[in-house]
Design a protein around this ligand. Structure first.
Ligand SMILES: N[C@@H](CCC(=O)N[C@@H](CS)C(=O)NCC(=O)O)C(=O)O
Length: 270
């Protein structure tokens, strides 16, 4: 019996004596210190903050993302965006002198799921039906106006080289210069769409009494919606955010406050 216990203890030993370090790769704004602003990045940063796990941030400007990730041996995803952020490096060091093990998580949903598996409390409901519903809702009601009125002005908060990269790459899928594309969206009613969409979002968030999509229960759907709102708050022109908050009203304010109370918005510069 004694030896069986010792055997089990030894099996557990390497794990219990391992230390794990998280490095989170994010895209900086032009401020000092830089601020986290990208919607996809926020999906994962929000979860890191919610879990309260220690991590460090490495800021990588747009034109350097592919260089920095390729240098670490990460494979290209191909297409228009072969390398993207967020990315999280997980370094596990055993106490036995062996080489540290390194793992790279290269998609926001993978980072979020990994964190929820390794750090189960506080929990996040990953029910894909609810997440899909929230993302579909956003795409149908708000994406178009956010692209016109938020994304098109992101260059205003980017450092010079990143802003130049933005203007070099985005017209490829917009099929025209960014400024023209924004004007096109405004002509197509972006402001009205945003107003209607934000009012609809308030109803969506209030369906189960709020503050979150499922009421008190936090799900990944909430982190997806938070990502979009943080995008507007951190990278959109200030008057756009003011309008968004006004149209979203108390329900959207309560949603943001609930995340604030859980410490999710506190850490965005390091
Ligand atoms: N599916 C990815 C998408 C990430 C993504 O599109 N990231 C953008 C920033 S928001 C990026 O890194 N773009 C690099 C580029 O434009 O070259 C995720 O959610 O992790």
């Amino acid at each position: 019996m004694q030896s069986r216990i010792r055997q089990l203890q030894n099996q557990l030993k390497p794990d219990t004596m391992a230390t794990t370090q998280y490095t989170f790769f994010d895209i900086p704004t032009n401020t000092t210190p830089p601020r986290s602003w990208s919607p996809n990045v926020w999906n994962a940063r929000g979860v890191l903050n919610y879990k309260g796990v220690p991590y460090e941030t490495e800021w990588v400007e747009y034109p350097d993302i592919r260089v920095r990730l390729a240098e670490m041996g990460i494979a290209s995803k191909g297409g228009l965006m072969p390398y993207t952020l967020p990315m999280m490096r997980v370094t596990t060091t055993q106490n036995d002198g062996s080489e540290p093990q390194v793992k790279y998580l290269t998609d926001s949903a993978d980072i979020a799921k990994y964190l929820n598996d390794v750090h189960p409390t506080p929990p996040i409901d990953f029910d894909s039906v609810i997440t899909d519903e929230a993302v579909k809702f956003f795409n149908a009601n708000l994406m178009d106006s956010f692209v016109g009125l938020v994304l098109c002005d992101v260059d205003l908060v980017l450092p010079e080289r990143s802003a130049a990269y933005f203007h070099e790459t985005r017209p490829k899928w917009m099929k025209m210069p960014v400024k023209e594309f924004k004007q096109k969206k405004v002509n197509e009613g972006a402001w009205e769409k945003m107003e209607n969409g934000m009012r609809a979002l308030a109803e969506f968030l209030d369906r189960n009494g709020g503050p979150f999509v499922q009421g008190e229960k936090v799900s990944y759907a909430d982190f997806r919606l938070l990502g979009y709102l943080m995008w507007a708050r951190e990278a959109g022109p200030p008057d756009v955010w003011e309008k968004i908050e006004g149209w979203g009203g108390e329900v959207v304010k309560r949603f943001m406050r609930a995340f604030e109370d859980k410490g999710v918005l506190a850490r965005l510069t390091y």
